[in-house]
Design a protein around this ligand. Structure first.
Ligand code: ZX5
Length: 440
């Protein structure tokens, strides 16, 4: 008997449960690629959530916001544009410079596979309104101009051939082809966006195009969904879930229904009782920013810690890469993916397909952190913040044994009271967080 079909009601939609594949996936790759990847410039200022909103939009570290950073007419982004391209150079003038001449989607898929990514989410239309797919609702798209390729279709095929699931990002509430007043603060962000029914119809139709043409495993909407079509949303979700039974949607369709909550840098709340996803760039930007070199990107130890602490608390990590306009991924970003993949090849058994343990994460005074995951009756312990050589930590209320997932690591375990004392003997920094398993 085929699964019951969803109908266009909130009651029917709310029956959708988070599919096992998404809960088990733990690690995905976000991709922000577009016209903004040509100028590839933003000031290196703050993480989202770290700055006063009033400062944010005129000193925006998000290189994918290039259009608005010029449109506000002041600040480092505007000054950089005028100095390098001249005040008369229009954003659209970058389009013929986006050639993607060195783009090989299969090479990207190989890099993602080696990194251990289980899903990919690509920007199909960011705030600038440029579509990376052959939409029949606008010619402002990557087949008609710029790369003159169906970026979404080619990458979807390559990613799926590599056995990785494909998700699609869509800027639902903001489209600077429809409303392009400069955005100076959050009121502008949520106020000027999608002011017309025409735009609400446009975005609804494009979302349906994306669902019908690519059947994405993830619908990653951003900022919000037009109020004028909020009533129709259950029909859109029913259409999606009937077409993609194990598809998932995020909490940015005005939060009226979601399979997972989202955090972005320091913004967004997570609670372990609900599935959530942390997204961030490797630096402060999602789009490629040419002034973000190796020193400006997250360090590998912090990246491993981010993955471990996110997964231990019922989250997935959606780590962004910002490809260059020519279609290559910056070397400093590829290196981080490779090292993360190596770490996962040894420790992934304690990450993929696990669930949060009822043991809360412990952040110790001395900087050491203990994070826990479980799979069936097996407990995994991840100890991070270790020093070279000998480290000691107690797993309280534990009556079993633990062995390291990394065979290079030598440890002693000593029953101590109601727990187990673990002493590492030869820890080295390149081991990053160490995984221990209770599996014999
Ligand atoms: C992935 C990034 N998303 C940005 C928009 N981000 C936000 O609105 C963050 C605020 C936020 C965090 N959790 C939410 C849940 C629902 C609605 C907004 C948010 C984009 O502005 C940015 O260019 C990039 O695409």
């Amino acid at each position: 008997m085929a699964d019951k079909r969803y109908t266009g009601s909130w009651e029917s939609i709310q029956k959708h449960e988070v599919p096992k594949w998404y809960d088990d996936a733990k690690f995905g790759i976000f991709i922000h690629w577009g016209i903004y990847s040509v100028p590839a410039y933003a000031p290196h200022t703050w993480e989202l959530g770290d700055a006063q909103v009033t400062d944010w939009f005129c000193n925006n570290p998000y290189a994918e916001w290039y259009y608005n950073s010029v449109n506000v007419g002041r600040g480092p982004g505007y000054e950089h544009h005028v100095e390098k391209y001249g005040a008369d150079f229009k954003y659209e003038d970058f389009i013929p410079m986006w050639k993607a001449e060195n783009w090989n989607p299969d090479e990207w898929a190989r890099i993602f596979k080696k990194a251990g990514a289980q899903y990919v989410v690509l920007t199909t239309k960011h705030h600038d309104g440029f579509c990376l797919f052959p939409s029949k609702y606008t010619d402002f798209n990557s087949v008609k101009m710029g790369p003159e390729r169906d970026i979404t279709g080619e990458l979807t095929d390559a990613v799926r051939s590599a056995g990785i699931r494909m998700g699609l990002y869509y800027s639902g509430l903001i489209d600077w082809q429809f409303a392009n007043d400069p955005i100076f603060d959050d009121d502008d962000l949520f106020g000027t966006a999608s002011p017309t029914y025409a735009y609400a119809d446009f975005s609804y139709n494009q979302m349906k195009e994306l669902i019908d043409k690519y059947e994405p495993s993830v619908l990653w909407n951003d900022i919000g969904w037009p109020k004028q079509s909020e009533e129709a949303m259950p029909y859109l979700f029913a259409h999606y879930y009937n077409k993609v039974r194990d598809g998932v949607v995020n909490d940015r369709f005005n939060g009226k229904h979601y399979d997972f909550l989202t955090k972005e840098y320091q913004v967004g709340e997570m609670d372990r009782s609900q599935k959530w996803e942390m997204c961030r760039g490797m630096g402060l930007s999602f789009g490629y920013n040419e002034i973000e070199g190796d020193d400006q990107l997250i360090t590998v130890p912090k990246l491993v810690n981010l993955l471990v602490s996110t997964v231990a608390n019922n989250g997935n990590l959606l780590l962004n890469i910002g490809p260059k306009a020519d279609g290559t991924i910056p070397a400093e970003q590829v290196r981080r993916l490779e090292i993360l993949g190596e770490w996962l090849s040894v420790n992934g058994v304690g990450i993929f397909g696990t669930h949060p343990s009822d043991r809360e994460s412990e952040i110790r005074e001395d900087g050491m952190e203990l994070h826990y995951t479980r799979k069936d009756h097996v407990l995994y312990v991840f100890a991070d913040g270790l020093k070279d050589g000998v480290n000691e930590f107690l797993i309280s209320d534990f009556h079993g044994n633990l062995r390291p997932l990394d065979e290079r690591l030598q440890i002693e375990t000593i029953p101590a009271g109601d727990g187990l004392l673990v002493r590492t003997k030869n820890y080295q920094a390149g081991m990053y967080a160490i995984g221990l398993t209770s599996e014999g």
